[in-house]
Design a protein around this ligand. Structure first.
Ligand code: NOJ
Length: 585
């Protein structure tokens, strides 16, 4: 096998594991996951077969948005550790052949960032205000916001400060938007990129990558009401906020920085733009890769999934990059739950899942066996595709969304501070601390018998360094997590964890990493997704075929050697519904 450390383009076909640091592993007993917790679990990640870890923000933050409100871009939140902890983690990961990807949040800072504090202190017209987007209000005394934009998290997108000016915040009001027309902002972020690259980061995940190049001056200011903040997918390049041509200048600039390093650093952009524009962000002279969220958006339906694959491959080919595949992340309900809810067309399904969450998981029946079966089939369908697979922590355990977190325990701002005003349950259900060990079994909490109190399934150590009992996990863990703890799944050959391990191992052994974003589609009917890839030279086979049957009619098993199947196959040579099989031939 090729040495991962020597392959400069490793990221083009990597398995990247997303760590949401506050909920991955707590090493010191304060109930919050931390960097040393990641180091502790590197052997686990190695055994899982991942090539890289992407860490969601672990920087000092006031936690108005799960860490996406950053106070200091070049440091570790003291609750999560120190720079030394980061360096230790980086070294341990690299020793195991695992790369590190850090999150860069360039659209906005925290309102507690030193720049923003200075902008408030220095007042109107100051150089410090020029780093953000301050405007005069409308109305006779400027008492109304400059326009009627609503923030993506709800409420107005403008907040008034003491001297009467308003600043733009596309997300929470604690996340003021930066002014990327200011060269100082450019210099600051290049410094941040170099800082983390010097500390061993191999790549960057770029938050809201399509939003930086805003045009809110002069005539465009008068135009503001033509658009809403929500129009990011419906544009022709003239939206003052989203997907403007100028945003690409920023990434071309960043590319120069990435290429100062050997091997060149890469980045993956979070860009919610029309599929026809995605490739621009991924091009080799810009970020290199872009998230394709089509799997995360599609419900369990062969035609939606086929479109997701076709579009993903097409966009990658156009950019000269490779595709990315994402079923879950820290922003969407876990897919094992989504696939177990009633299946309606994808757009409506998103709404259905939201409604189900809003009603604490009671408004629709969540068929967990079905969700699990489909999630097993899904990872196999995904993992044989060319490109990079992004795995969100806990999906390898088959975790479901925790839909009934008590409202007074929620941390995500979206349910409260927003226009949704208790009409959206937010994103905490997929951010619950992972269960590592069910010998460390919590007792039923008195406030809600379905959740645990006391112990934390090994998420935290039993005691802190000073011998006192560890704090409770920052979000409550349901008691059903006991069946999904790593130790329980370790011992069960049929567990989701062991399927992920085997699947990722076979992917690494049997498939040739390819620069090409193509597959050979096989036509086994409209209810089947079947494709072939070239097998690796030392596998002893020509082709690896992946077949997923979505329909209720069994499908004939293609000839060849069955390498892996998501369920035990029947003896009659068929593939039942909701099952994926890999065949070597
Ligand atoms: C996208 C991140 O994934 C999400 O969690 C965050 O709330 C927004 N960007 C704002 O930074």
């Amino acid at each position: 096998m090729t040495d991962n450390n020597l392959r400069d383009d490793w990221w083009k076909q990597a398995v990247v594991y997303q760590v949401y640091p506050r909920s991955f592993k707590d090493s010191d007993g304060d109930g919050l996951g931390d960097i040393a917790g990641v180091t502790e679990k590197i052997p686990y990640l190695k055994a899982l077969g991942v090539d890289a870890i992407w860490l969601s923000p672990f920087y000092p933050s006031a936690l108005a948005d799960g860490g996406y409100d950053i106070i200091d871009y070049r440091n570790v939140d003291p609750r999560l550790g120190t720079m030394k902890d980061f360096d230790d983690m980086e070294k341990a990961a690299h020793r195991s052949g695992i790369k590190i990807v850090v999150d860069i949040v360039p659209n906005h800072t925290s309102n507690e960032h030193v720049w923003f504090k200075q902008a408030l202190a220095d007042g109107r017209g100051s150089a410090a205000r020029e780093r953000y987007i301050f405007k005069e209000g409308s109305g006779p005394n400027g008492e109304f916001p400059p326009n009627d934009w609503g923030s993506l998290f709800g409420g107005p997108a403008w907040e008034r400060v003491d001297d009467g000016q308003w600043y733009l915040h596309i997300f929470a009001k604690e996340q003021p938007d930066l002014n990327w027309n200011n060269p100082e902002v450019h210099e600051e972020f290049k410094k941040t990129l170099r800082f983390w690259a010097d500390h061993g980061a191999d790549g960057f995940r770029v938050d809201v990558a399509h939003g930086l190049a805003k045009k809110l001056d002069g005539a465009s200011m008068k135009d503001l009401s033509r658009w809403t903040v929500h129009d990011s997918l419906c544009h022709d390049g003239t939206h003052p906020l989203w997907d403007r041509a100028q945003v690409h200048d920023i990434y071309r600039e960043w590319r120069q920085v990435f290429n100062e390093y050997t091997p060149h650093r890469f980045a993956v952009g979070e860009a919610w733009v029309v599929p026809e524009h995605q490739y621009l962000y991924a091009s080799p002279d810009e970020l290199g890769q872009v998230f394709n969220f089509e799997f995360a958006k599609a419900n369990w339906d062969s035609s939606a999934m086929r479109t997701a694959i076709t579009e993903g491959l097409k966009a990658a080919e156009r950019s000269g990059s490779t595709p990315t595949w994402v079923m879950s992340n820290h922003d969407v309900p876990r897919h094992a739950s989504r696939y177990g809810l009633p299946q309606v067309p994808s757009q409506a399904h998103h709404q259905l899942a939201k409604d189900w969450l809003l009603r604490d998981g009671t408004s629709y029946y969540e068929d967990r066996d079905l969700g699990t079966k489909r999630a097993r089939a899904a990872i196999m369908m995904e993992a044989a595709l060319p490109g990079s697979v992004y795995v969100y922590q806990g999906e390898e355990l088959g975790l479901f969304e925790v839909a009934n977190i008590p409202w007074d325990r929620l941390e995500d701002p979206t349910p409260f501070k927003t226009r949704y005003n208790f009409t959206d349950k937010g994103r905490d259900g997929c951010r619950v601390p992972l269960p590592w060990d069910n010998a460390d079994m919590p007792r039923a909490a008195t406030w809600d018998a379905s959740f645990g109190a006391g112990a934390s399934f090994g998420f935290s150590p039993k005691t802190k360094a000073d011998g006192t009992v560890s704090a409770e996990a920052h979000l409550p863990q349901p008691l059903w997590f006991k069946d999904f703890a790593v130790n329980a799944e370790d011992d069960d050959s049929g567990s989701m964890l062991n399927l992920y391990r085997r699947c990722l191992e076979l992917r690494a052994q049997m498939l040739t990493p390819t620069q090409l974003s193509t597959i050979d589609w096989l036509d086994l009917g409209s209810q089947v997704i079947a494709y072939a890839r070239k097998a690796s030279d030392d596998s002893g086979f020509q082709q690896i075929v992946s077949v997923t049957n979505f329909g209720n009619e069994p499908v004939e098993l293609p000839k060849g050697k069955v390498l892996l199947s998501s369920q035990t196959l029947p003896q009659d040579g068929t593939i039942p519904q909701d099952v994926t099989v890999w065949i070597a031939r």
